[in-house]
Design a protein around this ligand. Structure first.
Ligand SMILES: [Zn+2]
Length: 141
């Protein structure tokens, strides 16, 4: 019945700008605030690119921090005769992921996730204070 249904045409920006200029100042200010919020949200959505999962791994838990994502993962060690090839994965282990602007940096944390203030400290010195209890340590490329 309605021919407009499902049709979404974008108004050319010039035309839109001319229409917007017909608004009064108060209306324009509201529009500006709305536009700023919208742009900010869009940018955030772009920066939140999903973190890829390495082959054979399973995600147990995910924690979002300010710029870092902490993920608890079950992993494969890569040894041919290991139990993990039959689905008995190792872990779970915590990994920290963050984008350095261009690429994703992943850092192995360990079996337990440190307290939030410790995480902040650990990010400056990349030393692990925990001994690795795993019989075959996982090389993270
Ligand atoms: Zn294994």
């Amino acid at each position: 019945m309605s021919q407009e249904n499902g049709e979404r045409s974008i108004i050319p920006r010039k035309e839109l700008q001319e229409r917007i200029l017909e608004y009064d100042l108060a209306e324009l200010e509201l529009l500006l605030v709305w536009l700023k919020t919208t742009v900010k949200e869009r940018k955030q959505a772009v920066s939140q690119v999903p973190i890829p999962l390495k082959k054979g791994r399973e995600v147990v838990k995910t924690l979002e921090s300010d710029k870092t994502t902490y993920r608890l993962e079950m992993v494969k060690c890569g040894k041919k005769k290991c139990k993990c090839t039959k689905g008995k994965l190792h872990g779970p282990y915590w990994y920290a992921y963050h984008w350095n602007g261009k690429k994703l940096i992943s850092t192995y944390i360990g079996k337990t996730l440190p307290e939030p203030d410790e995480i902040a400290l650990n990010s400056t010195e990349s030393q692990s204070t925990q001994p690795n209890p795993d019989p075959h340590p996982i090389a993270d490329p």
